[in-house]
Design a protein around this ligand. Structure first.
Ligand SMILES: Nc1nc2c(c(=O)[nH]1)N[C@H]1C(S)=C(S)[C@@H](COP(=O)(O)O)O[C@H]1N2
Ligand SMILES: [Mo]
Length: 434
């Protein structure tokens, strides 16, 4: 018999799922129907669900959805491995509490075979700048790169376009990221703009495309695992870096040693690792994972499960507004104290975050949290807020950010798309007041 997970069970048949999980039928529209005799649910969650009358039917309680099964990758701390070939691992929300994400807590996303560390030599590394739209192709070693151009550092949010995919239904194939394919490290290098100017970018330039040293999963040397890029306007921004350092150290092998593109606010797939070549294209870059359905969403909304032809798909650019509660860890039990200060980060693609709100009643009401300005453009922003629980029982704390253009996060799920990108639903944690 095929076992299905809690999320899939709730997605396919929420009433059956409530029956399996809580041993009772619920009202399909809300959980109002089971307000009397909440024994099973309360004992599973460790307390009365105080706002059960607001709790949407089919909502998997955050207390049960949390996965807590760390697997050790050398140099990593408590990451959840989703796939080992290629290696993909995400970070539990409570391990993303640092303002600047340490390498040990930075998610890993590989499309191909990671180069062996012995094959990566910073002293002999060459970076080529070429393509249809440069007049003076360059080949630079890292010493020249460091000598010739001004150094810049920036804290940049990198979030995989598929972060949150696990919650879409019908399910989308690909890594079943929950909330942990996001991080904000400090990157140091040179501006891509300075290097491109040196290479004599022409008026024909439309897009850049990167090439890395990783190999296609098939081992076929004529195939590339991924080669993506950004339009010139994004390539020429102040914060777009060719980086050799992450948090003041050499970039770890898993994250692209000795050089990578560091581009904030867009799907992290544009930040090419093990960077060997940048082509300045006279058209939209057409490398692997630029075309078809990869890193693309329907240009116009579609219904769940709909087939969308490639021509109706648009390339993802700036990522949507989002937030993550990084303290406390979901599942906290408060002993007698009805008050809790929660904190986390919020980010908004190319924009900034204007505000964050918190809810303890499944989104029925919201209260503002405080939000700090970003240390630099495209870094995430710290929020903090205190919530008060009216009595003992089970609660969820939900966070919702709004960007500088007034866009907010969807409470439970944004519109479905075939590959499960851009899930910026509110993050929620379970809290029990004893
Ligand atoms: N060369 C190369 N660059 C790459 C990738 C890759 O597979 N190969 N994956 C991309 C994707 S999809 C993401 S989300 C980020 C992940 O960066 P990280 O592994 O440092 O977290 O790297 C991007 N750059
Ligand atoms: Mo990604």
């Amino acid at each position: 018999m095929k076992k299905i997970g809690l999320h899939e069970l709730y997605r396919t048949n929420p009433i059956e799922a409530d029956r399996v999980v809580f041993g009772r039928e619920t009202n399909p529209v809300s959980r109002r129907g089971f307000m009397k005799g909440l024994g099973t649910m309360a004992s599973l969650l460790g307390g009365e669900v105080v706002f059960a009358h607001f709790m949407p039917a089919g909502l998997v309680p955050a207390a049960l959805a949390a996965s807590d099964d760390p697997f050790e990758i050398p140099g990593k701390e408590g990451l959840i491995v989703l796939n080992d070939k290629p290696l993909n691992a995400e970070t539990p929300a409570h391990l993303l509490d640092d303002d600047v994400t340490p390498a040990s807590r930075f998610f890993v996303r590989n499309n191909g075979l990671t180069p062996h560390s012995e094959s990566l030599n910073a002293n002999t590394w060459r970076l080529t700048i070429d393509g249809e739209a440069v007049t003076k192709p360059l080949e630079l070693d890292i010493a020249t790169l460091k000598k010739r151009y001004a150094h810049h550092s920036a804290q940049l949010v990198m979030e995989c376009g598929g972060n949150g995919r696990a919650e879409f239904f019908p399910p989308a194939r690909g890594n079943q990221w929950t909330t942990g394919a996001v991080a904000c490290a400090q990157w140091t290098g040179v501006r891509l703009r300075d290097v491109l100017e040196d290479a004599g970018v022409t008026d024909e330039a439309v897009y850049i495309g990167y090439y890395g040293a990783d190999k296609h999963l098939s081992g076929d040397p004529t195939k590339l695992p991924i080669s993506r890029g950004v339009p010139m306007a994004k390539a020429l921004e102040d914060e777009t870096l060719i980086a050799w350092s992450m948090n003041g150290q050499d970039i770890p092998v898993l994250h692209g040693f000795p050089l990578r593109l560091a581009i904030g606010g867009w799907p992290a797939s544009v930040s090419g690792k093990w960077l060997r070549r940048i082509a300045v294209r006279d058209r939209i870059h057409d490398g692997p994972k630029m075309t078809g359905q990869s890193y693309r969403v329907p240009c116009n909304p579609v219904g769940p499960g709909e087939d969308v032809p490639d021509e109706a798909m648009c390339i993802i650019e700036s990522m949507p507004v989002k937030s993550l509660i990084t303290y406390p860890k979901s599942g906290l039990v408060l002993q007698g104290n009805p008050q809790l200060t929660v904190r986390g980060h919020a980010w908004a693609g190319d924009l900034s975050v204007a505000g964050v709100e918190l809810s303890i009643d499944f989104g029925a009401s919201w209260q503002p949290a405080s939000i700090q300005p970003p240390p630099n453009r495209l870094a995430w922003q710290r929020f903090e807020g205190t919530v008060k629980f009216p009595k003992a029982g089970y609660y969820e704390v939900w966070a919702r950010a709004t960007d500088s253009a007034g866009n907010g996060q969807p409470t439970l799920l944004p519109g479905w798309n075939p590959r499960g990108y851009l899930n910026n639903a509110c993050h929620r944690i379970a809290v029990r007041v004893a």
